[in-house]
Design a protein around this ligand. Sequence first.
Ligand SMILES: CC(C)(COP(=O)(O)OP(=O)(O)OC[C@H]1O[C@@H](n2cnc3c(N)ncnc32)[C@H](O)[C@@H]1OP(=O)(O)O)[C@@H](O)C(=O)NCCC(=O)NCCS
Length: 330
Amino acid sequence: MSFEVRAASEADRPEVVELIREMIPGVDANARVTWLYERNPAGRALTWIAIENGEVAGCTSFFPFRLWLDREEVLGALGGDGYVRPKFRRRGVGGLLHDASRRAMMDHGIGCMYGAPGAMNLTPLKHGGSREVGHVARWVRPLRGAAIGLRSSLIDRLVRGILRPRFVPYLEPMVRGDARIDEVWRKASASIRLGAIRDATFYTWRFIDAPAHREPPFVIMHQGQPIGACALEIMNGGKEIRIVDLVTIPGAWNSSLAGISRHAAETEAHTIDIKLMAIDGRVRQMWRAGFTERDSKPFLVMVPKDGDRRFLDPQRWFYCGADSDLDSLE
Ligand SMILES: CC(C)(COP(=O)(O)OP(=O)(O)OC[C@H]1O[C@@H](n2cnc3c(N)ncnc32)[C@H](O)[C@@H]1OP(=O)(O)O)[C@@H](O)C(=O)NCCC(=O)NCCS
């Protein structure tokens, strides 16, 4: 038996919703499709589905992202929602779907597809033409004594006092279309060679409009001026705070991290963490801000045949959480 792979159309929406429901149990699949597939300001999602004897076996999607490449806006796509129904797995369907998506890239003007996929999707993506161009690492900073194994509440408080940075920037909630985020991006973009355009339009869609509302965005302020933008997520029952995304004006990375740390230290969280390209985190000397490199996973990029090879350069990429997870937990 052979599989037919084709681009999904509006008529396939109910089937795509059903596949997402199976893929991410508990998610409001309809709200996810509306937000992520239909209301992305960079363009509607491109979805491919595989069919065997009239039965839908699986799907994969491109979510268009406006990328900043050497001071120019180009179109890329975050790869995501790759799913093959269990009974059809390990017969090459995943690979076929990625293959079809790659062949369509030129027609859609998409320069690259990128992401840090789950383990099961690595080989199928590589079969489809994706390249491993680096690793995304998680960087962790303790906030309280408990995280480094101290038990006494007195010591806990003391260590917390020592670890908490002082005289640092503070966070203010972002509002829809926040001009301060545009100002941050205008300055930040001077030092980003390749990465998603993190302006107010993007941040509003990605963090304010996301249906789960779990990753609130903030403007990082210092002396009355915006110096950065971030989104935070409370994880593991409040014990951890994830810096889902962070972008700052040049020279304000460490002070922004200090501002976030101070904000996080007001909560019960024991640690904060952030995901970055491993290479980028090292260049930024994350240890100076108290962060230690932990686990990592491969970062994959797919370009069309004869595509622009700058997308395959790990030194260029600025990757952070706005490019991942996509609000999957509700
Ligand atoms: C990822 C997924 C879409 C792949 O679909 P598929 O049709 O089985 O993929 P293919 O048949 O093209 O490739 C199978 C290969 O994937 C890899 N793979 C499959 N299951 C795996 C697992 N549990 N752990 C590690 N690798 C796995 C293997 O290399 C396998 O090759 P093999 O069968 O020769 O060992 C499917 O497994 C799936 O829906 N998983 C659950 C959702 C998911 O993880 N999505 C990815 C999010 S990034």
